[in-house]
Design a protein around this ligand. Structure first.
Ligand code: GLC
Length: 487
């Protein structure tokens, strides 16, 4: 059991249900609740973006006009407070119109008139956190920063001379190493930093840029990634995104802790987003969800034809190009859901146009629709190029959609590979990042689906029975917190 009042501050750019772009929001929104259940006092801090609905979430303003001296001027922030729904986990929102007023979470420099980069915005966020924290009457034992956006909090805590920050330990979780926060060192002035203010900056600035992730990786007491395999992968050239050597230097403080799932939200027997609730014991009703989905997306209704689902951000990481047009010749239907890079959107739309009776492409994101796809699919595709953890495959298994995944990161760690011997298989796994390899694996799955119903059902129900709850992983984080506190 944890020390009764172990206090932890989460800092994250995304938090479900307030602001979500990807899986980071799900983790930041559910891990604190799991930690709280284990007795830790966890609070979360994040920017108050324009998209966050103050009324709906019942946010209260608790601090006004906190002065932040930044880049040679004084800027002001307000702090709002809310709670994570269904829990008592407090959330603090940093409000500043210039940096967070727009609707988007990430701007990526898409601001032609008044150019403000994301690194600049998130550096300001980190700086504001340091100003605001001592005023919140909450002194964390551990500051837990997520991804590059919150990385600099770690450095700023280390560099601070204030008594308040002296004993705060730090932990950095890498959800995705490919977004690093690289910027011209000029950006540092926003945080009143110079090349000399942080000892580690000298190492970082080797290529002329400051890299927020590098700063966090060098300075955190402990670093984690969201699966054990990804922890190993990021120490290699192929997956290290240029940071492998720096990460290797921290090898003994690097841990892989696989993400959990909000199993109350993702629960086919109670999910309000799906038409027909079901469980392992009432799998017949899953069929009704398939018929419903086929009708909804305009595909022929047929309970015997296998339906293959795909729900994803349409990004390079996700291996969309492996889903070749020739897949339309297979004896199955496809339902795609997601938005992202134009070329992938067009690729999937072309496929739907060519095979209107087999392929339905939906270029949008809609959480309800997503769950209807998990519920209505027999098979779920995740052919990722790399995947730090991945949530889709776990949701799919819970909903009885058998995943076909590439053996990388969290996909490898959470799906037990089907090969005629593995009696505990929960899905299909292929190695090579190639369209042929995916095609072969999908054909193999379809073969079993059509000709060996018994085996199919076994794989399917084994997946449904897996425990993906946060409990185990939350305990691992607690252990790490306690370890660094003792250091
Ligand atoms: C990122 C990763 C994904 C992971 C998620 C939550 O979105 O790409 O694999 O599941 O973060 O950790």
């Amino acid at each position: 059991m944890p020390k009764k009042n172990l206090k932890v501050l989460f800092a994250s750019a995304e938090l479900h249900p307030f602001a979500k772009a990807g899986g980071l929001a799900d983790v930041a929104g559910s891990l604190p609740v799991a930690l709280k259940k284990l007795g830790a006092d966890v609070r979360v801090i994040m920017p108050k973006y324009g998209l966050i609905d103050e009324k709906k979430h019942k946010l209260k303003k608790i601090l006004s006009d906190v002065k932040i001296s930044s880049g040679g001027s004084i800027k002001k922030v307000n702090v709002f407070e809310g709670v994570l729904p269904g829990s008592k986990v407090k959330v603090y929102f940093i409000d500043n119109k210039k940096y967070f007023g727009k609707k988007e979470i990430y701007w990526d420099g898409n601001d032609p008139k008044k150019f403000i980069s994301d690194p600049e915005r998130f550096l300001f966020f980190s700086l504001a956190c340091l100003h605001v924290l001592p005023k919140l009457k909450f002194k964390p034992d551990v500051a837990h920063a997520h991804d590059y956006h919150a990385s600099l909090i770690i450095d700023l805590i280390k560099a601070s001379n204030e008594e308040y920050f002296k004993n705060i330990k730090t932990i950095l979780t890498i959800h995705n190493l490919n977004y690093q926060g690289k910027a011209n060192p000029k950006v540092l002035t926003v945080g009143n930093l110079t090349k000399n203010s942080l000892p580690s900056l000298k190492v970082d600035l080797k290529d002329g840029d400051v890299n927020f992730f590098v700063q966090g990786i060098m300075n955190a007491d402990v670093i984690t990634t969201v699966s054990e395999t990804y922890a190993k992968e990021i120490m290699t050239e192929k997956f290290g995104a240029g940071l492998e050597n720096i990460i290797k230097k921290r090898k003994k403080d690097l841990y892989g802790v696989v993400n959990g799932l909000d199993i109350d939200f993702f629960n086919p027997s109670r999910d309000k987003n799906i038409e027909y609730n079901y469980s392992v014991k009432s799998l017949k009703k899953k069929e009704l969800n398939k018929l419903y989905l086929q009708k909804k997306v305009g595909l022929p209704q047929d309970k015997n034809i296998p339906l293959v689902g795909f729900v994803s951000r349409l990004a390079w990481q996700k291996g969309i190009e492996l889903i070749d047009q020739k897949f339309g010749e297979l004896n199955c239907q496809f339902v795609f859901l997601g938005t992202g890079q134009k070329e992938y959107e067009e690729q999937l739309e072309r496929m739907a146009k060519k095979y209107p009776n087999k392929v339905a492409t939906n270029i949008m994101f809609d959480a309800k629709f997503a769950n209807q796809i998990y519920a209505g699919s027999d098979i779920f595709l995740m052919p990722s190029r790399f995947e730090p953890c991945g949530l889709g495959q776990m949701i799919a298994m819970r909903y009885g959609a058998v995943p076909i995944v590439r053996a990388t990161g969290g996909l490898k760690d959470t799906v037990a590979k089907f090969d005629n011997k593995n009696k505990k298989a929960t899905g299909f796994v292929f190695n090579k990042f190639s369209s042929d390899a995916l095609h072969r694996e999908l054909k193999r799955a379809l073969q079993i689906y059509h000709n060996d119903k018994k085996t199919w059902k076994l794989v399917q129900t084994q997946g449904m029975k897996q425990d993906f709850s946060w409990n185990v992983s939350a305990r691992k984080y607690l252990k790490l917190y306690k370890k660094i506190i003792k250091k």
